[in-house]
Write a new protein. Sequence first.
Length: 552
Amino acid sequence: MSPFEMSYTVLGGLGIFFFGMKSMSEALQSAAGDVIKRTINTITKHRVYSVLVGIIVTMIVQSSSVTTVMVVGFVNAGLMNLTQAIGVIFGANIGTTITGWIISIQVGKYGLLLIAIGSFPFIFAKSHKLRQIGKIIFATGMIFFGLKIMSGAFKPLRSMPEFLDLISYFSEQNYGSYAACITVGCIFTMVIQSSSAMLGITIALATSGVIQFHTAAALVLGENIGTTITALLAAVGANITARRAARAHAIFNLLGVFIIFCFFPFYIEFIDWLIPGDPAVSNANGDFTNIAVHIASGHTVFNVTATLLFLPFLYKLANFVTKITPDQGQKEEHHLVVLGDPKDLIPATAFAQAEAQIDKLKDIIDRMYLLVGDLLNQKTEQHPSDVLIKINDYEQITDNIQKEITVFLIKLSENSLTTEESQLAQSLMRVADELESIADYIDRLAKYTERSALSDVLSGEGKENFFKFYDEVKDFYDNIANNIKSTYSIDLTVVHRKSEELRLKAQAIRKVHLDRVAKGKLDPLSSLTYSDMVVAIRKIRSHAQNVAEAHV
């Protein structure tokens, strides 16, 4: 095989491997989106639960890089604190070892068989779930087939003196060679941005007999360091806590590799003792079939050991990265725009981040309601003009968040989403739009208080009717807003009935108001102000109903 032929064969095999990994990850994410979402929602302050979340999510998405980028995004969106994020990162390092076990199976034996089995349901099945199962089987076959092609292309290197001279230093059993292999593994992983791909290449080189087990094990250690670059890049431009989470990931992996490096010969002996079969023995076809399981085992032992060693010191690690990444007193806001391209995010986690922004919208509306309530009741301790400025600032923030959510979800919708995910994206966009409209009308309600003296606008029977209507609409909105994240659908029959009651009540209030105007009890400006305030509250009622309908 000529060098050119070998090169394009290796690259072709790597491309098939990459496609298989990406397809399997997408299919698993689609099939297990609800599992990912429920798993994320179980995160608590307990470090062990955070680790378990990291393990489960990474096993599903088949990429520790995806999980750590997700963690940086969650921290930046305010969904996780630093210690929770570090716990998930610990778990992600364990969860990613499942990739090594998948590709350590005798790759040449099952690749085309799995492609054949998976292709039919993947292409022809009508059920979405069956298509995703077929895609998972098909993608797994592609992974195995890609590795088989790479292994076959690497075999001629065993008898190529120039190549053997080139890597002779890396094959020696001394700490200088170990350090060189770790460095090479780190650099290549940083370049291709995928520890899974580098692990696949390492296993392909090892099973073809080009490198020995100790060299492969050192490369894998380097890959664990190189994979941290993804989270560090994702944290660029993020808030201070997200940058701390990314640095914690890098420090954790660096220290873990350093500890294993200090005892590397004993580490290799331990794996050889733990796993049966000599990694240096080949079969009749010249394949070193035992070495792949040794590599996968070494990868798992390293990550599990590092997690167990560091877990008791999780809070100390959090304190350390806080000290080396000082706040510097800058005020930071959480924004979706700093999370990077939503096309690269898992749909389940992207939706969770969008929902977090919707929660912020609701929180800001609650603050606006408190401020406007104090204005209307003339109970504010601040000057009314200062309160109006604050309400207007909040309204501008809701405009920005609604815009960010819409852009974010539109970009996300360009991905291959399921029907349910596409409907959820549309639902969240509409909810954000309706909540922003509610903020607009609260802002208008506040501004109406400047037109004329409230003692003239709200007096007698009109005042009593107004505040009763105001309170009922606020309760109507609160009941809907508090149920947006519930697991069950809002009963639209009840919502529509209550909304209609409030609409009729608004009409009755305006009728009473017109009678008062006819009797000359209000001046024209106060009359107009009162009418506009009632209309603003009625509009809030209408948009709250729309929120309920969008949620369903």
